[in-house]
Design a protein around this ligand. Structure first.
Ligand SMILES: [Zn+2]
Length: 279
């Protein structure tokens, strides 16, 4: 699996505060009623005036792939993620410059998500991502959600002063062991250990209820991380935490985090600290 380089941060306030717990409203994907196009330095700004909400998208593209006889990639990205999306496109340019050749239907990792190469027109490519709600996977145009999730995963690591070089992005296709109460439990307990094999993420995701025996196999099952995400979207922020991490994600209190049995406080001024202050 090809993997794009991690994206450098931009301003954490660019991300909606509700995203940390529940992900975003997918009604934002509704097709626009009208659209106006305006040129700018890095692409075409599309102002969509839908029935429900104003949505700003920008059309961005790679510039240097054609110099390597490779189709350029064109992406429609949401206005709030233009900076990380530009970094992402630069990483694709670097991969192509290094000799990577993409073909239609090829996949590459964007953080823990998987993007797929689709035609944009006869000469250019674009990328599709999972719609984040269908199982089995259904791909839809763009990589907005994947870039947003990848960035939030990095901000969540930063919030507990875990170095970026320790982050371990799993793949949504890798598995996790989950307890059978995760769909209904108010709190979640997550722990990451050494993976059993390359198909395993190393994650355990369970309820935080004392009366539920997580050593009894009858209470456990193995799911793909994507299936677990469909049951509990708030797991998305923790997925890049390294082996040795334990997290207690609480509904109405600050999350508690340990790394190699050491408790890690929330850094003041961090993404998670701001979210806790504003919830
Ligand atoms: Zn449980």
């Amino acid at each position: 699996m090809r993997v794009c380089a991690p994206i450098e941060p931009w301003h954490a306030n660019d991300i909606g505060r509700s995203s940390f717990r529940n992900g975003r409203s997918f009604s934002q994907r509704n097709s626009p009623a009208t659209q106006r196009l305006v040129s700018c330095d890095y692409g075409i700004i599309k102002r969509n005036y839908g029935a429900e909400a104003f949505v700003l998208t920008v059309q961005l593209s790679t510039k240097t792939c054609s110099a390597h006889n490779h189709p350029e990639f064109i992406l429609d990205v949401e206005g709030t993620i233009v900076k990380p999306a530009l970094k992402f496109l630069r990483s694709i340019e670097d991969m192509v410059a290094a000799g990577e050749v993409f073909k239609l239907n090829d996949t590459l990792s964007v953080g823990w998500m998987i993007a797929q190469v689709w035609p944009h027109d006869r000469k250019t490519f674009t990328l599709y991502e999972p719609d984040m709600k269908s199982f089995p996977l259904k791909f839809v145009p763009g990589v907005n959600e994947s870039i947003l999730q990848m960035t939030m995963q990095m901000y969540t690591l930063d919030s507990f002063a875990i170095s970026r070089d320790k982050m371990e992005f799993p793949s949504i296709k890798q598995s996790a062991v989950v307890c059978d109460r995760i769909g209904v439990s108010r709190e979640l307990y997550l722990a990451r250990s050494e993976p059993a094999n390359e198909r395993d993420s190393g994650w355990f995701i369970g309820c935080a209820q004392d009366d539920h025996d997580h050593h009894d196999k009858k209470n456990l099952k193995r799911l793909s991380l994507y299936e677990a995400f469909l049951q509990r979207r708030e797991i998305q922020n923790w997925m890049a935490f390294p082996q040795g991490s334990m997290i207690l994600a609480r509904h109405d209190a600050a999350p508690r985090v340990w790394l190699n049995d050491q408790p890690l406080p929330v850094k003041s001024g961090s993404f998670v600290a701001k979210w806790l202050t504003n919830q």
